[in-house]
Ligand binder design. Structure first.
Ligand code: ADP
Length: 250
């Protein structure tokens, strides 16, 4: 479902991603862990083309992100043309990025109505079903600042799901939350994983990675140091770097 092939990314001459390759299969949950500055967030942003690559390629659903095939040539898509590709990829950020002057329901229907031209009645019905799913059916008329951080993040997840993505990316979705609110967001993510959604999750929540991930990827210094099943990664890391990191965080 996602093929990351020899991806390189630089910022101002510094290599932030160095030859990163990774395959994510449909319906699987991949958790990316590693120290701050490892390039985890940059890799996620490359997958939905919020960042351009300096080398390599990323394929989602068999299509090369940011490019299209024209005859026998590969042509880079303009920003406007990337939007439809990105519509298949939901992203949830550390900060929830909800529109502050719109209600919960309005936040959720915005993209389906404006980008996908879904009829408003249909969009509202689907948004209500999603709110039910994230446990916030009673909050559809609330404004974001009337909600807790955990509730806002659950709305952000519902908003991403409203576009019916085939892939969901999560960039440290719980790290801006008070500790007592982390669980409710992880529960929603776990339900989503159990429903068969393909997910790539950058997280510091080792319990979540251990319990929910099919594959755990450890990144450091712009490289994938190792990846494996949670059982293997947490019990028998193959590299000292991984062992040192896990020792610090567990
Ligand atoms: P992580 O998510 O693992 O903490 P990031 O992907 O955020 O790591 O960052 C990797 C490196 O790239 C860091 O050294 C960071 O300072 C740098 N970086 C990230 N985004 C930018 C940017 N927009 N401009 C310049 N440097 C950046």
């Amino acid at each position: 479902m996602v093929e990351i092939a020899a991806v390189r990314k630089q910022y101002g001459g510094t290599d932030v991603l160095k030859d990163v390759s990774l395959t994510v299969h449909e319906g699987e949950v991949t958790c990316i862990i590693g120290p701050s500055g490892a390039g985890k967030s940059t890799l996620l942003r490359c997958i939905n083309r919020l960042e351009k690559l300096d080398g390599g390629a990323i394929y989602v659903d068999g299509r090369m992100v940011g490019y299209e095939v024209r005859g026998s040539r590969l042509q880079e898509l303009k920003e406007r043309a990337v939007a439809p590709q990105r519509a298949h990829i939901g992203m949830v950020f550390q900060r929830f990025n909800l529109f502050p002057h719109r209600t919960v329901l309005e936040n959720i229907i915005e993209a389906p109505v404006l980008v996908k031209r879904v009829g408003k009645a249909t969009a509202i019905a689907e948004a209500r079903a999603l709110l039910e799913r994230v446990g916030l059916a009673h909050k559809e008329d609330a404004y974001p600042n009337q909600l807790s951080g955990g509730q806002q993040q659950r709305v952000a997840i519902a908003r991403a799901l409203a576009m019916k993505p085939s892939l969901m990316l999560f960039d440290e979705p719980t790290s801006a939350l008070d500790p007592e609110l982390v669980g409710e967001v992880l529960t929603v993510m776990k339900d989503l994983a159990e429903s068969g959604m393909t997910m790539i999750v950058v997280t510091h929540e080792m319990g979540f990675a251990r319990e929910v991930a099919d594959t755990v990827v450890f990144m450091a210094d712009g490289r994938i140091v190792e990846c494996g099943s949670p059982g293997q990664m947490f019990a028998e890391p193959q590299h000292q770097r991984t062992a040192d990191f896990l020792h610090r965080v567990l």
